[in-house]
Design a protein around this ligand. Structure first.
Ligand SMILES: NC(=O)c1ccc[n+]([C@@H]2O[C@H](COP(=O)([O-])OP(=O)(O)OC[C@H]3O[C@@H](n4cnc5c(N)ncnc54)[C@H](OP(=O)(O)O)[C@@H]3O)[C@@H](O)[C@H]2O)c1
Length: 240
C-alpha cells in the first residue's frame, strides 16, 4: 500500500482510520461526491494508488424524508468516483453495510443474495455496491459499527448483530486496507461475533437495561449478523 485516498475522512469511521493509517483525506470542500469535477481534481492532485470509499449519506431517518439527496450521494457519488477510478485504472475499496440484508436469519455469508432492504439508506447502499462492481479491481467490505460508547439506557435482547464499536473494527478495516492487494476481488464481510445488542451494550455500559425490538417505532431485524469466517481465515496469515 502506498498512496491511499479515502473519502469520508471526517466521519466516525474515517477519523478512526486516519489515526491508524497514513491516508489522504480531502475534505468535502475539495472532494464533493455531488461534484464529479472535484473528484477528478482531487485524484489528479493526490495521484493515489488506491481509493477507499467511506463517505456516504448515513442518516437513516433523514434518508426516508430526502430520498433524492441520499440517492445522489450514495449512488450518484459512488458512480462518479467509479468513473474517475476507471479512467485511471485505480482499484477501490468500498465500505458497505450489513443492512443490505433483510435480517431474519443472520449469519449472512458473502455469497448470500442481499435484500430485500428495510429502508431507503440500505437501498442506496445496495445500489452503490452494484455500481462498484463495474471496476476491474474492487473490494466491497460489508461491516457494521457504532460510536465508542453505548448512548442509550436500554438495549434490545432480541436483536442479534455482529456489529461492534468503531474502535474495535477500525483496526480490522485498516488491516484490510493495508492488505488490499492480497484479498480476492469481490465482497468481504468484516464484523465481530454474533451476539445480542444487549450483550454488546453491556460491554461498555454495564447498567443498560434490557428492552425488546418489538417496542421500537420501526420494524427492526431479528438477526442481521454477518459471517466473517472468510476474513478470519485471510487475516491469520498477516497476524500470526
Ligand atoms: N455507522 C454505521 O453504523 C455503519 C454501518 C455499516 C456501514 N457504514 C458505512 O461506513 C461508512 C462510514 O460511515 P460513518 O458512520 O463513519 O459515516 P459518518 O460519520 O456519517 O460520516 C459520513 C462521511 O461522509 C462524508 N460525506 C457525506 N456526503 C458527502 C459528499 N457529498 N461528498 C463528500 N463527502 C461526503 C461526510 O463528510 P462531511 O463531514 O463533510 O459531512 C463524512 O466524512 C459509510 O459508507 C457507511 O454507509 C456505516
Amino acid at each position: 500500500m502506498s498512496g491511499v485516498l479515502m473519502t469520508g475522512g471526517s466521519g466516525r469511521l474515517g477519523r478512526e482510520l486516519q489515526a491508524l493509517l497514513d491516508l489522504h483525506c480531502p475534505p468535502r470542500q475539495e472532494l464533493d461526491l455531488l461534484d464529479p469535477a472535484s473528484i477528478e481534481r482531487a485524484l489528479d492532485r493526490l495521484q493515489p494508488d488506491l481509493i477507499v470509499h467511506a463517505a456516504a449519506y448515513t442518516d437513516v431517518a433523514r434518508a426516508e424524508r430526502d430520498h433524492l439527496t441520499c440517492w445522489r450521494v450514495n449512488v450518484g457519488g459512488t458512480q462518479a468516483l467509479v468513473r474517475a477510478a476507471l479512467k485511471r485504472d485505480l482499484p477501490l475499496l468500498h465500505i458497505s453495510t450489513d443492512y443490505v440484508f433483510w435480517g431474519d436469519t443472520g449469519g449472512y455469508r458473502e455469497e448470500d443474495p442481499p435484500g430485500p432492504v428495510r429502508n431507503y439508506y440500505a437501498l442506496s447502499k445496495l445500489a452503490a455496491e452494484a455500481v462498484v462492481v463495474a471496476l476491474p479491481r474492487y473490494l466491497i467490505v460489508r461491516t457494521s459499527f457504532r460510536a465508542r460508547e453505548w448512548p442509550h439506557p436500554a438495549a434490545f435482547h432480541d436483536l442479534y448483530t455482529s456489529q461492534d464499536y468503531v474502535d474495535v473494527l477500525a483496526p480490522e478495516l485498516a488491516l484490510a486496507i493495508q492488505h488490499f492487494g492480497d484479498i480476492p476481488i469481490g465482497i468481504l464481510h468484516l464484523a465481530s461475533e454474533r451476539r445480542s445488542a444487549l450483550e454488546l451494550a453491556r460491554q461498555r455500559r454495564p447498567d443498560v437495561r434490557p428492552a425488546s425490538r418489538l417496542e421500537a417505532e420501526v420494524a427492526l431485524p431479528a438477526d442481521i449478523s454477518l459471517n466473517s469466517e472468510r476474513w478470519k481465515q485471510l487475516k491469520v496469515q498477516w497476524t500470526s
